[in-house]
Write a protein that binds this ligand. Structure first.
Ligand SMILES: Nc1ncnc2c1ncn2[C@@H]1O[C@H](COP(=O)(O)OP(=O)(O)O)[C@@H](O)[C@H]1O
Ligand SMILES: [Mg+2]
Length: 454
């Protein structure tokens, strides 16, 4: 048995079966009714004919009967016409009058029969069907019979009965088609809101837990499912929020003990220990800061109409980070266009992304090399270094949270690039990682450009 997954195909198939059965039953019932009606008409006509023949029976003084049919009736029963016949039979079965050649009775007389009887007999191949009525004429009881040769019958009625099946058959086809088209139209219309809801549902993800499916157009049969999904989303959203808040709260809670630690370290007598501890504290502060960034980014949404100057953001980061780079023996160069490059997005977030790339570049670049920032007219911001570059098999890994090549490295959390990626996602931007021909990594952020004047 084939299972139909689609409701429409199920309904269509069931409707085809239902219409087929109905049309068979309908045509059977109608043809039975039609047959019944024509038989009744025929029987009435035959009874009437027998009565009109009986009307012309006249009792004679000697007790016998005479039959004088008027010319129109004689014509009706004439042999050449052959369609109708009559016979008058007495109670002994003797034929008194007959329109048939051999003066035979049409039906045998039956004294026990009812006053009116409808009978059928066969004459060769043709069916002879008619009525026999009992009449008392004078002192004698006679059976007056009138019959019609069905082979000679009016073709019109036969045609109607015969054509009936054909006509009914043909009528079912358009009915079926109309029904199927209506089915499909109704279902398409009814399922449209579901398709729209599915499209909306596709936007739901960890980054967008606020989306809910619209209920107003949903058919009542599937409404419970849709509202159950919405409730499930409510619970998931709540769970996500608790988690985000926990991360943010935990990071916040760590800030105070860290700053206390920082002031305590300042009071240490041994400057070497103080310096080492200070570096440790800075590393921890970075982790805490990045955790806060992540918690903030989870809940962050960008106003689609917000614009930022990518060149300006890049210049700001370069300026901010240059002293730190110099401190570590690396130089910063800002290249590319020097006029504003307007892109869609939030300047603060954009700077955060560029800063993370810059920190990585400075960290991995060998001493006495230059870390380059390149801004292009088309909304691309590149950060290039002369470090070891990124191996092909690490291209995906580097964006995972807490992944870093060297777990023992001071201040390495593995969170930086996941923050960059999240910011890229929020901006509808893209990120590409390449290795430079002469060695080193190139990270390119491509933002969506916008026309500031528009
Ligand atoms: N410019 C780069 N050159 C070489 N390796 C890099 C570069 N940027 C990132 N990586 C690798 O990717 C890892 C993940 O980077 P990131 O997420 O910023 O974490 P973190 O900087 O805290 O280690 C780094 O540990 C490093 O191994
Ligand atoms: Mg980093």
């Amino acid at each position: 048995m084939i299972r139909f997954k689609s409701i429409i195909s199920r309904i269509v198939i069931l409707h085809v079966i239902a219409v087929a059965i109905t049309s068979i039953l309908m045509s059977l019932a109608l043809s039975w009714l039609l047959n019944h009606a024509t038989t009744n008409l025929h029987n009435d006509a035959m009874e009437e004919q027998a009565a009109s023949v009986a009307h012309h029976l006249v009792p004679q003084p000697d007790g016998s009967l005479s039959l004088a049919l008027p010319p129109d009736l004689q014509g009706l029963y004439s042999q050449p016409y052959g369609r109708y016949s009559y016979a008058v039979v007495d109670e002994h079965g003797k034929t008194l009058f007959s329109s048939l050649k051999d003066r035979a009775p049409i039906f045998p007389a039956d004294p026990r029969a009812a006053a009116v009887q409808f009978l059928e007999t066969r004459n060769g191949g043709a069916a002879i069907s008619g009525a026999s009525i009992r009449r008392a004429v004078g002192d004698t009881t006679v059976w007056v019979q009138a019959a019609e040769d069905m082979a000679n019958r009016d073709v019109l009625i036969d045609d109607i009965v015969e054509d009936f099946y054909k006509n009914v058959g043909w009528i079912t086809l358009p009915i079926l088609l109309v029904l199927l088209v209506t089915d499909i139209a109704i279902f398409r219309r009814a399922l449209l809101p579901l398709r729209q809801a599915s499209e909306i549902a596709q936007q739901i993800g960890p980054a967008r837990t606020d989306v809910r499916l619209p209920l107003n157009e949903i058919p009542s049969e599937v409404r419970p499912l849709v509202s159950a999904i919405n409730q499930a989303l409510d619970r998931l959203d709540q769970g996500f929020r608790v988690q985000r808040e926990f991360t943010a709260d935990a990071a916040h809670e760590l800030r105070t003990p860290l700053s206390i630690l920082r002031t305590r370290v300042e009071t240490l007598d041994d400057p070497r220990i103080a310096k080492a501890l200070h570096l440790d504290i800075e590393a921890m502060s970075r982790v805490v800061g990045q955790l806060l960034d992540i918690a903030e980014l989870e809940a962050f949404t960008i106003d689609p109409s917000e614009l930022a100057d990518a060149q300006g953001a890049c210049a700001e980061v370069a300026e901010f980070i240059a002293p730190l780079a110099l401190e570590q023996g690396r130089e910063i160069a800002l290249l590319g266009v020097s006029t504003p490059v307007w892109v869609k997005g939030n300047a603060e977030m954009m700077k955060r992304a560029i800063r993370n790339l810059a920190e990585n570049a400075i960290k991995h670049a060998p001493v006495d090399t230059v870390v380059e920032f390149v801004v292009e007219e088309n909304g691309t911001v590149k950060v290039l270094d002369r470090g070891p570059g990124i191996a092909n098999e690490e291209r995906e890994l580097i964006f995972q949270r807490f992944w870093r090549r060297d777990r023992n490295q001071q201040g390495s959390t593995g969170l930086g690039l996941s923050i960059v990626q999240r910011i890229v996602e929020l901006h509808g931007a893209s990120i590409a990682v390449e290795n430079r021909v002469l060695g080193g990594a190139q990270f390119s952020l491509h933002f969506v450009t916008a026309d500031k004047t528009a």
